[in-house]
Design a protein around this ligand. Structure first.
Ligand code: GSH
Length: 374
């Protein structure tokens, strides 16, 4: 039996980048196996039930899918230098920023991969082809990649990326780069000298797409070199080093990022929560489909339609449950933070139906309300 963990994924995969950076920071012994066509057939589909990466295989042969579950599984097994801050407000911020990176920054990430395809076509298609068939020739890989990437390319309009929304998406991303440039000029990571779960949420979109695909990488290097340097640090960290800032401090440079998140993403998430509840009402006992139609969304100056991603509720429940479990001074400090970033109302909107993930499927199921409620 191997003593190593195995991470099945790919260099150009957003969520693989999140899990990889985490494994490296924790100094965990692992090897990465490219999710080739054969690996999908022989490992991922039978073990996970769906064609998705990344997937972690543990040394004792268990499989964990979903980067948040992967990280939580590994945090329990390797508790040294936790990536979840122990203090109330930093932990809330870290969980909110994970949600932002995972579920919202995927919009600029997918835009800057697919809308500028004419300027990075060979690279992108070859990455997809190389993943499926690593020993094919470069030319074959480009042709294979063009076919195998069609599912991802095809999801671009459903993510809300259209000619009408693109100017707003770009404006919002450039603003984010400027805000993060200011932040990372002062701090190594989001909350100090140790990466938190928020950093891992951010590095998915900011590495595999925005910090690696040729067109957005050049943009990041030129406009936000401190952000690019953070991406490099995330990928080559000093394992188990660093600390979160003392006294539960949240850097002032993060507040504008959190304000944008609360303004743009939280209304979308609350609408997902409503749609999930309505669906459960109408289909008692059934799984909740991954997508529940389309709804309006806003990012920066752009307004459009994007898919209702039921999963977003599951990630949102993490900061939500953490906040509702706080008492006394911790609760007051978290409330003050939420009021200052415009997130108070969203985090105090009741969740009628809680959801959970279930092994072997991507569709969510309903869950008990946690004791801290909300
Ligand atoms: N929430 C999941 C998302 C994983 C994900 O969307 N992976 C992409 C590649 S980066 C994929 O394989 N998508 C296929 C699908 O969603 O069906 C995670 O954190 O692992």
């Amino acid at each position: 039996m191997s003593e190593q963990y195995i991470l099945y994924g790919a260099d150009h995969s957003l969520y693989t980048g999140k899990a990889r950076a985490y494994l490296r920071y924790k100094g965990i012994d692992f090897r990465e196996v490219t999710a080739t066509r054969d690996i999908y057939k022989q490992v991922i589909l039978p073990q996970v039930g769906a064609p998705i990466v990344p997937v972690l295989e543990t040394p004792d042969g268990r499989f964990v899918q979903d980067t948040t579950d992967i990280i939580d599984f590994l945090e329990a097994a390797h508790p040294e230098c936790p990536v979840y801050p122990a203090t109330a407000v930093q932990r809330l911020v870290a969980l909110l920023l994970e949600l932002y990176g995972d579920e919202w920054l995927v919009i600029p990430a997918m835009h800057y991969r697919w809308s500028v395809l004419d300027r990075q076509r060979e690279f992108i298609f070859r990455e997809f082809g190389r993943m499926s068939v690593p020993d094919a020739s470069a030319e074959e890989q480009v042709a294979i990649g063009e076919r195998t990437s069609s599912r991802f390319r095809g999801s671009v309009p459903a993510l809300g990326i259209t000619p009408e929304t693109i100017p707003g998406i770009e404006q919002a991303y450039l603003l984010l780069l400027d805000q993060l440039q200011a932040h990372f000029s002062q701090y190594d990571f989001l909350l100090g000298s140790r990466p938190s779960i928020g950093d891992f949420g951010f590095v998915g979109p900011l590495y595999a797409h925005l910090g690696r695909d040729p067109v957005p990488r050049a943009l990041m290097q030129e406009r936000a070199p401190a952000v690019y340097a953070w991406v490099q640090r995330m990928n080559a960290p000093r394992p188990l080093s660093g600390e979160f800032l003392a006294a539960d401090e949240v850097p002032a440079t993060l507040l504008p990022v959190l304000q944008t998140m609360c303004r743009d993403q939280l209304p979308d998430v609350l609408d997902v929560v409503r749609h999930n509840a309505a669906w459960v009402e109408q289909h008692p006992g059934e799984n909740i489909p991954r997508v529940l139609g389309m709804h309006r969304f806003t990012t920066g100056t752009a307004t459009g339609e994007r898919y209702i991603h039921s999963y977003a509720q599951w990630l949102f429940q993490r900061p939500y449950a953490h906040y509702h479990a706080l008492r006394g001074r911790d609760r007051q400090a978290a409330e003050a933070l939420l009021r200052s970033i415009g997130g108070f109302d969203a985090l105090n909107t009741g969740i009628e139906r809680w959801v959970a993930r279930k092994p072997g499927q991507l569709e969510l199921v309903t869950a008990e309300r946690p004791p801290s409620g909300g």
